[in-house]
Design a protein around this ligand. Structure first.
Ligand SMILES: Cc1cc2nc3c(=O)[nH]c(=O)nc-3n(C[C@H](O)[C@H](O)[C@H](O)COP(=O)(O)OP(=O)(O)OC[C@H]3O[C@@H](n4cnc5c(N)ncnc54)[C@H](O)[C@@H]3O)c2cc1C
Length: 754
């Protein structure tokens, strides 16, 4: 029997509400709509809901590595790292040495994600990410070379969308390195905006293997393609047209991906860009009248026009692995090296790590290394459980690379001239040059923050909006109203609960927010629950008042995305601390990370309120999220000092923080640094004894009987070890050329025509 109350509600309230709802919905381009359909969501939906489910959170756990994965990390990965000479690769060869290429192929580094049934290694996301991270602690170019075939490569696209024939032919060849793949999406016009792509494919008949075949004639001009110059197989994105109706459908078929062997007539590859002077292979490619049969379309005819959705789906996982692994490596190397350097480098008679100004840089370096490793492991839990969380991986891509930038910059500051002068003794210069690459690739950061994280998050993670959008799009008006009515009133109930929660938890500083009963970290769980409720109401007001215009108020949506991201990253830090059995020695790191993260969220929400286009609604946002007026000012000086000391002091917390960094053999710069640190710490009591007697010189101390002859020798050894580390390289001018290029080459420089 129809419910009279519901019928009345539908007619009087829901119908006009539906009309208004349609009018404020954001207009979506085809590429945006396809991006929304790609991948799925994970923990970020809870954070967006205003009431995270802590039981669900407790159920997330890492499966660890299989014996094969562990053996690979302990065997080929270690061996590979030992073969990599950063200076030789980045400054002398501008490429990986031939034995390294051969080793990578032989040990199937390019086939980590390819299943074993196709001759790959079939590794989990956790193992894949760990391998890339460890290599990157030694050399970025080698890590990028391994990373690309294991992401868009197009190995992953083949696994997800390839036809059975394509999988059977290409996957084993890719796994064994018999094919070197690359993925070419970016062109001259189309950077962030793929819909501006000018690469075209025209359906036509042509000759293939001596037979007349239905195929595609391709024309393209791509740039920035990683591995492009050495690739044998291009995953090519282009717009497909069928002007003669040979496929029997429309003329414009949309963005499509095909597998294009580079030895085909008309394909031109081999030239190299030099991205920030780094050595990994990257370059442009051109195709002129290149003919391929339709069988080369990735996924066959069924996947025509699905290129953008395919890419977004693959990136939804890839963004959570590649750049986060590289960024964590840079953060861990920064923490290990800068902590040690600050401890051994003395100025004004004391080690520089004792100066408060230096500690202000050391603490974020340590905290970021802790947080990025936590977040890297956390997202891998989601990926290993079969999720392709587009929003969470966007968060990871953006925040891992931005925090990597922060940590490497701080590390450079603390090292001073030592990290500026190029040479084999400089372990920070390559990560420093790599910063803008991480920021730009796989979705440039400004765009990712401004459009993707909250833009997609607000629709994908919201419990009702996507369903409501689908309901109002139903052509049968009666059915649409019925569905909309059901959703919108539950949505209103959800909002009322969140308004109350947000205001009450702000007023009471989150003291009564939900937290797991037995956790010793209740305080932090409560903070997350409070800010989750704050985010939910601030988002709801922004969406409701600005509607489709929110897309153009990037500064508002980006700040809301920052809060969502912070909640995700802080959840990851909690998960790591608990998974590591809550070590007391690591608590200063967790405390610093939380204090900093909470201050960031608090400030961002205040800024949303202050800058909201409507004064009344801005005031409402502040009322509902900031009422308690508690101070959220970030880490105190004492917290900063604790973390700065932690990264300067050898011990279990520092070891955990830098786990996976390849330190190398004795003569390697990081190994020399660790040795000097250990010796410095061991001799600290001698230095203290001398200081008590107002003596700086070991010789004077020995002569005065303050230290023994044996102790004097120890101090001399420390001095030698420290000297070895603080030295920088210099070169005879005859070894240097003005450009580092072959000035005698007759080859003209080529440019992509705009
Ligand atoms: C070293 C390197 C390796 C690469 N590897 C590959 C590869 O293997 N395959 C491939 O296809 N591509 C690759 N790329 C291309 C890379 O993905 C693009 O550089 C990236 O998508 C950005 O495009 P763009 O450089 O043309 O910048 P643009 O698109 O011109 O953007 C310029 C700036 O504007 C910002 N911006 C653009 N639109 C908006 C918006 N709506 N709101 C806010 N900000 C916005 C961007 O964030 C960026 O900061 C690589 C690039 C580099 C440098």
């Amino acid at each position: 029997m129809p419910n009279p109350f519901k019928s009345l509600r539908r007619a009087v309230l829901s119908k006009p509400l539906m009309g208004w709802y349609k009018s404020v919905l954001p207009g979506l381009s085809d590429t945006e709509a396809q991006a929304l359909e790609a991948g799925d969501t994970w923990w970020e939906t809870d954070l967006f809901s205003g009431k995270p489910d802590w039981d669900r959170f407790a159920s997330f756990s890492s499966k660890g590595f299989t014996p094969e994965e562990q053996a690979f990390l302990d065997g080929p990965v270690r061996e590979l790292c030992g073969m990599l000479d950063d200076f030789e690769i980045e400054h002398e060869l501008l490429d990986l040495p031939e034995p390294v290429w051969a080793f990578l192929k032989r040990h199937k580094f390019f086939g980590m994600i390819i299943p074993q049934e196709f001759d790959g290694l079939g590794f989990s996301a956790s193992a894949h990410s760990e391998v890339v991270k460890r290599i990157a602690t030694r050399n970025v170019s080698a890590a990028v070379t391994v990373m690309v075939p294991n992401s868009l490569g197009p190995g992953e696209l083949l696994m997800l969308y390839g036809t059975e024939d394509q999988k059977a032919y290409y996957l084993p060849r890719l796994a064994k390195g018999e094919e070197i793949p690359c993925f070419a999406l970016t062109g001259v016009e189309a950077g962030s905006d793929a819909s501006a792509m000018t690469a075209t494919g025209t359906v036509c008949e042509g000759e293939w293997d001596g037979k007349n075949t239905l195929g595609i004639k391709l024309d393209w001009e791509k740039r920035y393609t990683t591995l492009g110059p050495v690739a044998t197989l291009i995953g090519l994105a282009f717009k497909l047209k069928d002007p003669d109706g040979l496929l029997g459908g429309e003329e414009d078929l949309g963005i499509t991906v095909a597998l294009v062997p580079t030895d085909l007539h008309g394909v031109d590859t081999g030239d190299r860009h030099i991205p920030a002077g780094l050595a990994f292979q990257n370059g442009p490619s051109w195709g002129r009248n290149v003919f391929i049969p339709v069988d080369q379309i990735l996924g066959g005819k069924e996947q025509i026009g699905q290129g953008w959705k395919m890419l977004m789906g693959a990136l939804a996982a890839g963004r959570g692995i590649s750049l986060p692994s590289l960024s964590t490596a840079a953060a861990q190397v920064s923490a290990q090296s800068t902590g040690a350097y600050a401890r051994i480098r003395e100025q004004f008679g004391i080690n520089i790590g004792k100066f408060e100004g230096v500690q202000e840089k050391l603490a974020p370096i340590g905290a970021i290394a802790y947080q990025l490793e936590a977040a890297r492991r956390f997202i891998c839990i989601g990926l290993d459980n079969g999720h392709h969380p587009g929003v969470a991986s966007g968060i990871m891509k953006y925040h891992a690379t931005e925090r990597m930038r922060e940590t490497v910059n701080h590390a450079m500051d603390v090292h001073g001239g030592k990290s500026i002068c190029v040479g084999p003794k400089n372990y920070l210069e390559t990560p420093y040059r790599a910063i803008p690459i991480g920021i730009t690739v796989e979705g440039a950061n400004i765009l990712t923050r401004s459009l993707i994280i909250f833009g997609q998050g607000s629709i994908r993670c919201h419990p009702y909006i996507l369903k409501e959008m689908q309901a109002v799009a139903i052509s049968d008006k009666k059915e649409a109203l019925q569905k909309f009515d059901d959703l919108i009133w539950r949505h209103v109930g959800h909002d009322i609960a969140n308004i109350w929660r947000s205001w009450f938890h702000s007023l009471t500083g989150g003291k009564f927010a939900a937290a797991p009963r037995n956790s010793q970290l209740k305080l932090y769980y409560r903070e997350l629950a409070r800010y989750s409720a704050n985010l939910a109401v601030a988002s709801e007001i922004s969406l409701g008042i600005l509607g489709g215009k929110l897309k153009f108020k990037e500064s508002i949506s980006a700040r809301l995305g920052d809060v969502l991201a912070e909640l995700f990253l802080l959840s990851a830090a909690l998960k790591r601390f608990e998974a590591d059995d809550a070590p007391a020695a690591d608590k200063p790191l967790l405390d610093w990370v939380f204090s900093d993260g909470i201050a960031r969220m608090h400030t961002k929400l205040a800024e949303v309120g202050e800058n909201f286009p409507s004064g009344f609604w801005g005031w409402t946002i502040r009322l509902l999220t900031q009422t308690g007026g508690q101070r959220r000012r970030g880490p105190t000086d004492a917290m900063t000092q604790a973390v700065a000391n932690l990264i300067q002091t050898p011990g279990e917390a520092r070891n955990r923080l830098t786990e996976g960094v390849f330190t190398g053999k004795d003569t390697d710069p990081l190994a020399a640094l660790e040795r000097a640190l250990a010796m410095t710490v061991e001799c600290q009591t001698l230095r203290d004894r001398m200081r008590e007697k107002d003596t700086d010189s070991p010789q004077a101390a020995r002569d005065a009987g303050i230290i023994t002859a044996e102790e004097y020798e120890k101090l001399r050894d420390v001095h030698r070890a420290v000297r070895e580390v603080i030295e920088v390289d210099s070169f005879d001018p005859s070894r240097l050329t003005k450009t580092g290029m072959n000035a005698d080459s007759e080859e003209p420089r080529k440019a992509l025509s705009a």
